[in-house]
Design a protein around this ligand. Structure first.
Ligand code: IMP
Length: 428
């Protein structure tokens, strides 16, 4: 059994990229596969004085002796992938890329729909405009939700369509007939120079041509590799609490982020998934809207944000920050069958504690609601009523032991600093 799944057990940005890069550097894996999401993701890997930021390529892409695969559960922006590949090429890194013929393609309409619909949704929910006055506050603005919506409606463009010009053009023309009136309803001003269907089709067809060797039935490739005993790492983008079904709907993303997505989002049998590694940051951060029980609402938030450099890799926006919420993490651990944990940013939390002269750092162990104790992460409608109940472990070792005891699983990796190798492996 050779499939390792790595997922974020919080709300994104726990540090999966670095953990995945470290696991792969220990050797033995033949492929790293993304199974969900698209350019809404952002992983940062720091190597010496170089910082690599990826949005669509799998985090294993710096290991160019293994396959980097974009699975069928992903949505892709072809121009963005080309850009990331070009950046890597400048550094002399040429990944062996495979892209699923079943992945869906993000189109210009999706990005516009995301922006206009996002703003209308915020207004409808009575939320204030963001401090940046941006249209894209409720999402990363990358067209993710509308692309998955078209996939579910079965009108989307798949990667396989890029290699058949006539079919591609006909599908795009059909989509234009639906999208143009819809975008007007959403409030889009009339574009004096809209991109013609021909130009869009030409552009996409060119990607199809240049990726001809990479596009394939990656599900079959992976099943064959796993059958032969090859080790594969499955990378979940976003986080399990951003999952479309089990996550913080409607503040979630639109893909399947839970561990089960490693099977449905790549086309492999779930029987091959043998180990689930959960990544948890030693505190909590959140990029988007929605209730956040352990959020810091005073000047300590600024201190933690600065120490942790909590700014979106994709959007650059400041993240909301707060104490570790173990109710949230435990629910993720149970839902996904997490075997071991990677606890990242212990160094940041320790520094934060020092800066505040706190010898004990609060950890949320339950919520209180109308005199009842709640230990399961609820739906978003209920989450805003939850009052956090804290315990206060003292020092680094006690903090880690507390997390292990609460969750009933070992912390195998601890993040100790920003560099690629700043990870400590704890032996059982
Ligand atoms: P979307 O995925 O762009 O539709 O955004 C939906 C929600 O998920 C927003 O609150 C985003 O901030 C959040 N989100 C999406 N991708 C990530 C990620 O990789 N890290 C953290 N939050 C994310």
């Amino acid at each position: 059994m050779t499939g390792t799944v790595v997922i974020d057990c919080q709300l994104g940005d726990a540090g999966k990229g670095k953990v995945i890069d470290w696991i792969l550097s220990q050797g033995g894996y033949s492929a790293c596969v993304r199974f969900n999401g698209g350019p809404n993701a952002g992983h940062t890997v720091k190597v010496g004085d170089k910082t690599y930021k990826f949005h669509q390529l799998p985090s294993g892409v710096l290991h160019n002796d293994i396959y980097s695969i974009i699975g069928n559960g992903c949505v892709i922006d072809p121009a963005g992938i080309e850009y990331e590949l070009a950046q890597l090429e400048k550094e002399g890194i040429k990944p062996i890329l495979k892209v699923s013929d079943r992945a869906h393609v993000i189109l210009p309409w999706h990005v516009l729909e995301d922006m206009y619909l996002g703003e209308l949704r915020r207004k409808n929910a009575g939320l204030k405009p963001t401090e940046m006055g941006s249209l894209t506050s409720s999402t990363t603005g990358r067209g993710i939700g509308p692309c998955y919506a078209d996939k579910s409606s079965r009108i989307g463009i798949r990667v396989e369509d890029l290699s058949d010009y006539d079919r591609l053009k006909a599908k795009l023309a059909f989509l234009a007939s639906l999208k143009e009136p819809y975008l007007k309803i959403l409030g889009r001003p009339v574009d004096p120079e809209p991109e013609s269907i021909e130009r869009l089709a030409d552009r996409l067809y060119m990607f199809g041509l240049s990726w001809e060797d990479s596009i394939s039935d990656t599900g079959q490739f992976l099943n064959d590799a796993l059958k032969r005993g090859k080790k594969v790492l499955f990378e979940g983008a976003q986080s399990v609490h951003l999952d479309i079904d089990s996550g913080v709907y409607p503040y979630s993303t639109s893909s399947t982020c839970v561990a089960a997505g490693a099977s449905s989002g790549t086309g492999i049998s779930p029987k091959y998934l043998s180990e689930i590694i959960g990544v948890v940051k030693a505190y909590t951060s959140r990029a988007g809207d929605g209730a956040f029980p352990t959020e810091l609402r005073d000047e300590r938030a600024d201190v933690l944000r600065e120490l942790g450099k909590e700014y979106g890799t994709t959007t650059g926006k400041p993240r909301r920050v707060g104490f570790l919420d173990l109710v949230m993490v435990k629910t993720a651990v149970e839902m996904n069958g997490v075997d071991v944990l990677a606890l990242t940013r212990m160094d940041t939390l320790t520094e934060f504690g020092r800066s505040q002269e706190m010898t004990r750092i609060p950890v949320c162990k339950a919520y209180e609601f109308k005199g009842r104790t709640i230990t399961r992460f609820p739906t978003m409608n209920m989450l805003s009523f939850m009052q956090p109940v804290y315990d206060y472990p003292q020092g680094w070792d006690e903090y880690i032991r507390y997390v292990e005891h609460y969750l009933g699983i070992p912390v195998r990796f601890v993040g100790t600093g920003p560099e690629r190798n700043d990870i400590e492996e704890r032996k059982p």
